[in-house]
Ligand binder design. Sequence first.
Ligand code: NAG
Length: 320
Amino acid sequence: MDHLKQKMKPTVKVLLLVSCLTVFLVFMSGYLKDTPLSLDVGSGSPCQQCLSDDQWFAARFNKSVEPFLSAEHTLPKDAFNWWKYLQNEKRSYDVYSETVRNLFQVFPATPNVQKPSPNHCRTCAVVGNSGNLKGSCYGPLINSHNIILRMNTGRTTGYEADVGHRTTHRIMYPESGMDLDDDTHLVLFPFKIQDLEWVTKALTTGFFGTSYMPVRHKIKANKDLVMVINPAFMKYVHETWLEKRGGYPSTGFMSLIMALHICDEVHVFGFGADKDGNWNHYWEELRNKKLKTGLHPGTHEYETILRLARHLKIKFYMGS
Ligand SMILES: *[C@@H]1O[C@H](CO)[C@@H](O)[C@H](O)[C@H]1NC(C)=O
């Protein structure tokens, strides 16, 4: 039996590869032929995406809210007062400001973000961790984007056929800290002042505090590619995009709205349940069939994502 299995394995792998490639080619030929996103934006746009007037979108999307902190940015007091309740911050606004000043002694004063240009479409893949990526064959399609954002510990090794292998941006917080390649951006989602201290120290002298989970003392990442989400941006996502529903937005949802602010075209993978309604991660075997985390159908976040897709502001891939 074992012998047979070993003999079968390469064949199965080749078959899988061929089937993935077929799916990709069929998809791309359809994509090129009738370009699902193309509603002709007129001359001058490098993208295929529809940028037509859309009241629902225009009432929410606010270009002037900065997604990332920079050395010159001053956080409005009301944004700090909203943010400090997320994880029960006890320290003051002044401590926050001092911590941010220290942070910009180590990291670039302005975040390393690609600017819009009439000659270049910044296409982004936002890759969530849903089990619906398993068997999806999205790997080559995901790899084809300029910017590829992954969340927390979402892994690629061993899952390349379904999730791709490139990562240009890794969203993390201290409790999900990991080592990065030298050309991957670290995008920190801060939920408390300590998170700002963590990123500063974990890339320099080491961080020796404690959190609700063990956190890494040190991580490897390129200091020039560190960017930190602006707490005022989190507040904007909560108030404007979710109409203040729920405690605060999920990391996945905030990442998706962030992508709308830094990309010209947003393609969304690995969000929501799989076709059987399960909520496992794509690298996990399904053990608890009742597991409920992530974005649920019926929640405001999920509805908003589907609505963005209906309004052609994102392309949403359902997976398998
Ligand atoms: C957009 O954001 C800016 C900066 O936070 C704010 O001053 C402005 O009032 C916002 N505009 C709308 C229409 O909400």
